[in-house]
Design a protein around this ligand. Sequence first.
Ligand code: G3I
Length: 382
Amino acid sequence: MTLSRRRTLQLGLGAFASAGCAGMHNPGEASNDPPQNFSVSGQMQLKQRAAAKGLIYGAAGSYPSLSQNPEYAKLFAQACGILVTENELKWLALRPEPDCYDFTKSDWLAQFAQQNGLLFRGHTLAWNQANPDWLKQVSRQDAEKVLTQHISTVVKHYAGKIHSWDVVNEAIAGVLSERSDGLQTSPWLALLDKEYIDIAFRAAAAADPKALLVYNDTALDYDTPEDNRTRSAVLDLLQSLKSRNVPVQALGIQAHLEAAETRFNAKKLRQFLSEIASMGLKILITELDVSDRGLPGDIAMRDRAVAHAYEEYLSVVLDEPAVIAVLTWGISDRYTWLADFAPRSDGQPVRTLPYTDDLRPKLAWNAIARAFDGAPKRSASI
Ligand code: G3I
């Protein structure tokens, strides 16, 4: 998993933050406890506040959470203008066998989105994780055909009904890569080398010329050796793709943030966004959440620190006009991958998303609302 693999070191350190580790934020110290009350005016939902600025707000939704819980589904539809599939379009879920495409769950999500007036977004067509075992049997000779046919079949299935695709996910491993281009070990890299990225984007464009084609990655947010390396490798990759007319149209920045991380450098992040925009690419914040691991247990303080991280981050990224959408990775603490992948060492439930586990808005909601309210309005051409 991304956060556990690429942020293991940071989370490991974060767990010691309340013991006062050097360089880490200790929100238990009064001077670091954000003093804001995160006040918000008006009654509008997040999707309406975003839309007022020409932005799209939405979230990842999964078949089990939305299909089995009407109260949650109702809130999701009220809050969001776009739904991205959390797991249902990954190869593992969709292709249990080489000759079987099981669209049952992703079709349910697409229909849910359509019936509730939400845009629909697909995740993901090529990733190093969540792949079926049978992929290990694919030969180099067959690999291009297998990848192309998969993308063609899946993208055509939703053509005309989808806003955007995460065509390639997490191709860069940054400092963890043994390669000079920073590419991540994956079945596709092993079979096709870096050509797999070109192949994936070209197949997606051929299958649906109207969907926005996104390169999506993580560890792009902080002023750390890992994130600095990832930003640099992502810039190189996108420049290379553009120079060869590979049809990549946007960068997806996952933005799995950590409230206990202090190494946030607004200037560096803003500069990175400008460089991406200057390539003619749009930017989506695709998987935003804020881990509360490493924060003290006090709930009020924890919620303030998480909210502060949301508002600080979003106020920087929304300043860039090329940013067109913000998606959180879920809306409620009831359903968050962080509960399993980055649990708190004190055993308390994590509080990472805009709504509590009993579906009440909390300070993180206010922070996101405030960031949308304060964002510059996008011009119609962007
Ligand atoms: O569905 C099975 C269930 O039948 C079984 O009982 C249970 C036991 O562990 O596992 C369930 O599957 C889990 C699945 O989530 C659905 O909950 C998998 O084990 C688990 O690995 C899977 O995790 C997902 C993870 O990606 C791996 O695909 C997370 O939900 C999902 O939030 C996470 O999302 C990723 C993005 O795709 C890429 N960026 C990072 C992001 C967070 O890690």
